[in-house]
Design a protein around this ligand. Structure first.
Ligand code: SAM
Length: 246
């Protein structure tokens, strides 16, 4: 997969792109991430990328010309007339695991990071194919949002996490939150890890984990549990868990 990111601050991505899972995925050629400084697509002496908003008001708005040019040049380089192009904006559809899976299915993606008061609306209307928000709050720029999207998408690409890591039980993959995790020592400051996890009883562990996952989701995110189709066994585990808790 190739991801092209248009930003005023390419240097912000250095950490994300070089460390951990992302760094290894890039080294192994599983993802090709290219950063484009929007200023490089201007033609004036001062590389102006923003201007005052028409109609007045505070702040500056990113101009459309360099953004259109950058997107068109990426398309040309790829030999494609259209590349899925996402504008990061607090006004977009709310990013989630399902959208991440959808994006991970593309061969190419372009992400546009806004800044200041935002981006000239013609970019959203006539250039971007999608608008994504990472939450109902306002960031200073699209860079942090782009990093969240890229990180989430890249870990879904085949081979990135390796066969030893299963995504299936991660929170949000199947609509539930994951069960609690413990590691050594078995007793820490008088706090014991659940004995079932040390028992070697694999069926018992699987049952406990499923029950914890259901209970946690029901208590913390009732909005999620309402959307999940629960089996008879799940319903039994859940009511049993609530009985134990109360
Ligand atoms: N004035 C804009 C508004 O009210 O919708 C907000 C502009 S914000 C300060 C600057 C840039 O940060 C946006 O153009 C967008 O690229 C990015 N941004 C801010 N919050 C975001 C969010 N929740 N999700 C995605 N991008 C965001």
């Amino acid at each position: 997969m190739r991801i092209d990111i248009l930003t005023l601050f390419p240097e912000m991505f250095a950490g994300l792109l070089s460390c951990s899972i992302m760094g290894r995925a890039r080294e192994r050629g599983l993802v090709d991430i290219r950063l484009h400084d929007i200023r490089d697509y201007t033609h004036d002496k001062h590389h102006v990328v923003d201007d005052y908003p028409y109609g007045g008001g505070a702040g500056m708005v990113l101009k459309p010309e360099p953004i259109f040019e950058a997107v068109e040049l990426v398309g040309k380089e790829l030999g494609l007339s259209a590349v899925p192009t996402i504008l990061l904006t607090p006004q977009g559809r709310l990013f989630n695991q399902e959208i991440a899976r959808e994006l991970a299915g593309y061969q190419h993606l372009i992400l546009i990071c806004g800044h200041y008061e935002g981006v000239d609306e013609r970019v959203a209307e006539h250039l971007a194919s999608d608008e994504i928000s990472i939450g109902d709050y306002v960031l200073s720029g699209g860079e942090v949002a782009a990093m969240a999207v890229v990180d989430c998408v890249v870990r879904l690409l085949p081979g990135v996490l390796g066969s030893e890591v299963s995504l299936d039980e991660d929170s949000h993959i199947e609509g539930l939150l994951e069960y609690p995790q413990y590691t050594r020592p078995p007793m820490y400051r008088g706090l014991a890890a659940p004995s079932i996890l040390l028992s070697g009883d694999h069926a018992g562990i699987a049952r406990w984990r499923r029950q914890q996952s259901l209970l946690r989701t029901a208590k913390r995110r009732p909005d999620l549990i309402e959307k999940v189709v629960l089996s008879q066994e799940d319903k039994k585990l859940l009511s049993e868990a609530f009985e134990i808790k109360s």
